[in-house]
Structure formats: C-alpha cells, structure tokens
Write a protein that binds this ligand. Structure first.
Ligand code: PLP
Length: 401
C-alpha cells in the first residue's frame, strides 16, 4: 500500500476509501463494450459527491431516485439526469420539472403530472416506467410497486387523449439487479427493446430513449461466482443497436449502480478492544453496523433461518459472501474471532468465526466490495456515534474532491 494511503487510513479509520482507478476501469469497460449505449449511474448506490463528479467527467449521467438525487447529480455536473421512482410527491415533481427527464411510475402519477403541467400552462415531456409482461428469466412478469403494468398500455393510450399536457417521450424498465448470466440479461434487453416498439405503437408516442435499467452483476466472491461474459452480452446489445439505428432511432440507456462502484470501495475499521467470553474471542470495532450495515443483516438472517440457502433481498442483502475481510497485520499467529461493533445490541456483527492473523487493539481491518450500497445503506445515526468518513483517492493515494 502507498504510504500516503496508509497514513490517510490510519489517521481516519473507520473510513471508506474509494479507488478512482478502479472506478474509471469499470466505467471504461462498460463504455467500450457497449459503444452505442449511454450509461446512467444509479446514484443511490453511492451518492458521495466526489464519486458522482468523477463519473460525470467520464460522460455518465444519472439514474436519480429522488429529488435530492436530481439536485445532487446537477450539482456534480451530470448532464443527463433521469428521475424515476415510485411515489413521487407533487413537490418533487414540481421542483424536478425542467431539471431532468421525468419518468412517470403510475397512472395516478401521470395524472398528477398532467394537472401540474396544466396549472403551469406547459406541455411536459415524460417517460413511462413499464412493469413488463416478462420477467428477467423470460417467464411471465409479476406484480410490482414499480411502473405501469404492460397490459394497461391500451387504457393509458385512452387517458393520454385527455392529458393533453403530457407528451410521452421514452420508456424505462428495470426488473432485477445483480445478473451474471449474459444470455439471461441479453434476452431481457431484447425483450425490453421489443416492448419499446409495442409502447410506441400502442401510445402513438415518440420513443426518444429506451432505458433498459440495471442488472449488470458484480462478482462478489470469485470462488463462488463467475463474471458476466461481456462478449456474449455484446452480441445481443449490438443486434439491438443495429435494428434501432434502422427503425426507432432511440437513445439507448443502461443503468448501473453496483458494477460501476462496488469494487472501488474498501471500508477500513480499527480494533478498539479485544476480549474473551466463555471460550469465544471478540474483537470490537468502532462503526461496525453503524458504519456498514449489510454484514449485520446477513448475520441476522442466518440466525433467523438457521440452515439452508438465503435468497438475495437486494439491495439490503446480497449474500453471506458479499464482503471480504482482511486483517492488516503481519502477526504470525492466527486465531478465530467474532469481529463485532461497539453498539449496545448483540446484532452489531461484522463477521463471526473469522480466522486470520491475531488482531491487537489498534490493528486495521479492511472490508472489500464496499463501494456500492454500503456507506449510504447504513443507519448511521443510531446511538449518536460519529459517522465514518469517505475519501476518493487517486493512484498516488491523494484525496480527490
Ligand atoms: C437500484 C437501481 C438500479 C441499479 O442497480 P445495480 O444493481 O446497482 O446496478 C438501476 N435501476 C433502477 C431503477 C434501480 O432502482
């Protein structure tokens, strides 16, 4: 590890460190693999402003899930911002108008958008999020709180004749995150593209953009997962792009939160106490569950289910192997310990039965895969501890703003 980086970590742990080069590599890989597509960063995965700014400078836009994320993306110079979320309050719609592309998530929301546009005496371009009749795996689509069911499109076409202030301009679909099967993801993209043609035909609308949503998966644990085959995926996306050029001429958009940011992040913790209770050794750290919540959720699910496989519950729970733990110590002796946080609840667990170099007070522990749905997805205010800091660093270990 570079000296500057080591100093930064020793001085600030518990802290998150995001590696700029890893971030840039992930963005370059996507942009190189899908040259006909534009990318949107799902800001909810990591809203740390230097990260959002860095992605903006790479030409990546925003998939914003709240008015706050729209404003954050704008303040970080992101150009293409798409605001899609279930249950947007009127205030959020009013404040976001003219600041981004608005995506309507339901009939009711579209009606409210029409009313707001009528009050302002303007025509509002809106995309629609559709809950497709197909699932990611190719089976039938299920019920969802997101989007307008595909079967309701003919009814929407009728309502749009009343809602003169609305001009439908594009389509947004997102059904499932974390896919590592290129054929499944490719077939899903193809299904979304066919859906866009049906939407255009049914609504008689423009199709300025097709947002295929997220789904590009990350290898959390190389011993259990294999990475997505981008060459295979590209055969699907290239075929779509070729047809699109001849027919719809839409802007093709793919969203990513975790693929862009997961691997760039490491969470560094410091041991503050070591103790033993009836044969079990505990290493106690600061900002365990209140610095990184997901390992505690995994431990809680395991305790509740006792045996069997745990289904992912994205983004709250990915898998029991989503994080890697490394003790930064050159101790020769190894031991098995429970690494836990210092909150007054027993569920504050980082990792149980961890075997590694003997940990002493002051030693650092690194948690990998901490760049997406990590810091931001953590209840940090519980028990009034200070929150961990975040840093984006370049290859020299210099902090970037
Ligand atoms: C969260 C989200 C994503 C990002 O998913 P990742 O698995 O992080 O890539 C994309 N689109 C929508 C609509 C989302 O809600």
């Amino acid at each position: 590890m570079k000296n500057a980086l080591h100093e930064l970590i020793s001085r600030n742990a518990p802290c998150y460190v995001y590696d700029y080069e890893t971030l840039a590599d992930s963005a370059r890989l996507l942009q190189k693999t899908f040259p006909a597509y534009d990318f949107l960063f799902s800001v909810k995965a990591n809203p740390f402003p230097p990260v959002v700014k860095a992605l903006a400078s790479m030409g990546i836009g925003a998939d914003a899930a709240s008015l706050g994320e729209v404003q954050l993306a704008r303040s970080c110079d992101m150009r293409n911002i798409y605001f899609s979320a279930a249950g947007k309050p009127d205030k959020a719609i009013e404040n976001a108008m003219g600041q981004c592309h608005l995506i309507a998530d339901s009939m009711g929301e579209m009606e409210r958008m029409a009313a707001i546009a009528a009050r302002r005496g303007l025509t509002l371009p809106v995309g629609i999020r559709v809950n497709p009749a197909f699932s990611m795996g190719g089976g039938p689509g299920g019920s969802s709180k997101f989007g307008i069911d595909e079967e309701l499109l003919p009814m929407l076409a009728e309502r749009l004749r009343e809602w003169r202030q609305i001009r439908v301009t594009g389509l947004h679909v997102h059904v499932k995150s974390q896919n590592l099967d290129a054929h499944v993801l490719g077939a899903y993209y193809r299904n979304c593209y066919e859906l866009a043609k049906r939407v255009k035909a049914t609504l008689g609308c423009d199709m300025e953009y097709i947002n295929f949503g997220g789904g590009i998966g990350v290898v959390y644990d190389g011993t259990r997962e294999t990475s997505l085959d981008f060459d295979v995926l590209r055969t699907y996306t290239d075929a779509i792009a070729t047809d699109n050029e001849k027919t719809l001429g839409a802007r093709l958009l793919i969203e990513s939160g975790r693929f862009l940011t997961c691997r760039m992040g490491t969470y560094y913790l410091k041991a503050v106490d070591v103790k033993e209770s009836r044969g079990t050794k505990y290493v106690i750290v600061e900002n365990g569950m209140n610095g990184l919540q997901k390992p505690a959720i995994a431990a809680m699910l395991r305790a509740a289910c006792s045996a069997g496989e745990l289904m992912p519950q994205e983004p709250m729970f990915t898998s029991e192997h989503a994080f890697g733990f490394t003790v930064l110590s050159d101790a020769a002796e190894t031991e098995t310990v429970n690494i836990v946080g210092n909150l007054c609840c027993a569920q504050d667990i980082l990792v149980n039965h961890f075997t590694g170099p003997k940990i002493r007070v002051g030693d650092l522990i690194a948690v990998s895969n901490a760049g997406a749905y990590a810091c931001t997805l953590t209840a940090q205010r519980f028990s009034s501890h200070p929150a961990p800091q975040e840093f984006l660093v370049d290859a020299e270990g210099t902090v970037m703003e």
